[in-house]
Design a protein. Sequence first.
Length: 240
Amino acid sequence: MAWIKSDESLSQHPKVDELAEILELHPAQAIGHLHYLWWWALSYADDGDITKYYKRIAKAANYEGDNEKFIGALVSAGWLDQIGETIQIHDWAEYHGALLDRRQNDRERKRKERVERESTAIEISETTDNSHQDIFSALVEVCVGKPYAECKNELTSRTRGKLNVAVKEFNSMRTTPDEIRRRGFNYFIRWKDRPTPDALVSNWTWLDEVVSPKDKKQIDKQIISAQSNKELEEWASSDE
């Protein structure tokens, strides 16, 4: 939110009395119209040059009388400087220079931030593209069994589609190509087969550790044993 400097001496300033006399207003009204003009200028003419708004200066100051008369009164009382066709608010830079400097600094800061964001966005985009390609290549190696360079012409559009879907999943998980190769190898050890892209994604959590065929047989035995014990308990309970 912008603000303007409003000195308490303004209420007794001779230029206020002069403006009020020309426009036949109470000094308080004259001060009000001045402030309306200044507030408006902060938003639409922050350099104090209101030349291009000549026909709307009275409206900007919330003055309901004649625009030409209002401008003439402001010039006569010294609140506006008119040089040729140029109309400038008197001493605008002196009174509101700090605000102008701050706005300029803010613009420069925002410009730099925008440039930095755009630069970062480009870097992220490039990183994402490179990451996508690396993960895609690793996924092809694991699922197809060949380097991508050797089989890229053999991949069907359907296979590529499945690979790309899996790559998006892995990118969202911030997975690395090496991790895909490691867990793909674990899949092979566990099931003696290469995973499909879908299978690798859906079993990702369980592939963090190697489960050998021997371990798998032991797990299966434990499951069968647990099921047998449960059936035995249910049979014993039914006889009671």
